[in-house]
Design a protein around this ligand. Structure first.
Ligand code: ATP
Ligand code: MG
Length: 256
């Protein structure tokens, strides 16, 4: 195990400014995951290893059921691996109990999902502010911070709209602003563009690319859409529970 990893100092990423060098923020080593036991046991992942670096967009592609959601759920500390190591903040955290995980998860990750998962009765501003408050109850002026994040994703004119009064792309931008609450260094998306039309999907991906290139976030996105590859630094292919290839994409430099 390479112990000379340059893990993130979250404080330096806190301002959403500047693009730090490509530091490894998280590392999966030899991850295996079995669901269930006995006759119904499913080996969802075997020996999967992956580095997640600041400033990079990593796409995860593969057929349905290949293990993509399982992989990013283990990365995001939403799911415990059966075997292997999860390195974060300079430690292997794979063995930590549920009591220790929430603060680690909140400090390091923001999540974006296909279905947006916004509270329908809350405005865009309230959706983001409540997430900021849940991550850090001592945070002063969560609404001011929510406004700043919504302006960052170009939703300044929609602060007081309810999700039902926003387009799909705008809803996903609210979800991205929410994911940025607390300034986590790693943004994880599980098919965040799957519910959007092509043009909107590309603009959401452009925003995620910018969060990596301009703001130094590590962005890890599961997708079925090969058109998103041009936004990526790396494409990780998952097949039948194995990482079958990690390709360096090249066209992404256009976006930097
Ligand atoms: N909670 C669970 N219990 C049992 N098996 C599961 C569970 N979650 C996932 N699996 C199985 O693990 C394998 C990988 O599932 P996973 O959800 O990671 O795939 P995926 O690549 O994200 O698929 P999709 O593209 O359809 O979202 C599949 O065979 C799935 O049926
Ligand atoms: Mg999935």
């Amino acid at each position: 195990m390479d112990t000379a990893l340059a893990f993130s100092d979250n404080v330096t990423l806190g301002s959403l400014g500047g693009a730090p060098a490509s530091r490894v923020l998280a590392r999966l080593v030899g991850i295996g995951k079995n669901y269930g036991s006995g006759e119904t046991a499913v080996a969802a992942l075997a020996n999967a290893s992956l580095d997640v670096r600041a400033g990079e967009v990593t796409l995860i592609e593969g057929p349905s059921g290949s293990g993509k959601t399982t992989l990013i759920s283990i990365l995001g500390l939403l799911l415990k691996p059966t075997s292997g190591e999860v390195w974060l903040e300079g430690k292997n955290v794979a063995g930590l109990g549920e009591r220790d995980l929430p603060p680690l998860r909140a400090r390091n990750f923001g999540f974006v999902f296909q279905g947006f998962n916004l509270f329908p009765a809350l405005t865009a501003l309230e959706n983001v502010a409540i997430a900021i408050q849940m991550k850090d109850p001592s945070r002063k002026d969560p609404r001011g911070e929510a406004k700043r994040l919504l302006e960052l994703v170009d939703l300044g004119p929609r602060l007081h709209h309810l999700p039902a009064d926003l387009s799909g792309g705008q809803k996903q931008r609210v979800a991205i602003a929410r994911a940025l609450g607390g300034n986590p260094p790693i943004i994880i998306g599980d098919e965040p563009t799957a519910a959007l039309d092509t043009k909107t999907a590309l603009s959401v991906m452009d925003l995620l690319r910018e969060l990596a290139s301009v703001h130094g976030r590590a962005v890890v996105v599961v997708t079925h859409d090969p058109r998103l590859e041009r936004f990526a630094d790396r494409v990780v292919r998952v097949e039948d529970g194995q990482i079958s290839a990690i390709d360096s994409a090249n066209a992404s430099k256009e976006h930097v």
